[in-house]
Design a binder for this molecule. Structure first.
Ligand code: ZN
Length: 121
């Protein structure tokens, strides 16, 4: 929004041009419009700006939490125990000899080299 109060000083010509344009509105219309302009400034100062400040504070808190999550997740990936509910067998067909298992948490794919699949009982 443009600032109506911070303008360069008028010459006679510029004042005349501005008056010509602004005098198309009646005094009543100008009074009404100026009241709205005052209300707009109050709305921005009292409601919008504090809320924007709160949002900025919350964003900073959130960024800090995201950093904590990132640090913890990185540590958990580095020390991953490959929890069973995060494991996916790459080739699920019963006849497959591909024993690759992918961990969806750490994204590693491992080969089960010695596994009892129950076939030789
Ligand atoms: Zn894992």
């Amino acid at each position: 929004m443009s600032d109506l109060t911070n303008q360069i000083p008028d010459t006679k010509r510029t004042k005349s041009l501005k008056d010509f344009i602004s005098n198309h509105a009646t005094r009543s219309e100008k009074t009404s419009w100026n009241r709205k302009n005052t209300n707009l400034a109050k709305l921005l100062t009292n409601n919008v700006n504090p809320l924007e400040d709160s949002i900025r504070d919350l964003q900073l808190q959130l960024e800090s939490l995201y950093e904590d999550v990132k640090v913890l997740r990185t540590e958990m990936v580095d020390t991953c125990v490959h929890p069973v509910n995060g494991l996916q067998v790459v080739d699920r067909s019963e006849s497959s000899t591909n024993n690759a298992v992918k961990c969806t948490f750490c994204d590693k794919t491992m080969i089960a080299v010695e596994v009892n699949t129950g076939d030789d009982n």
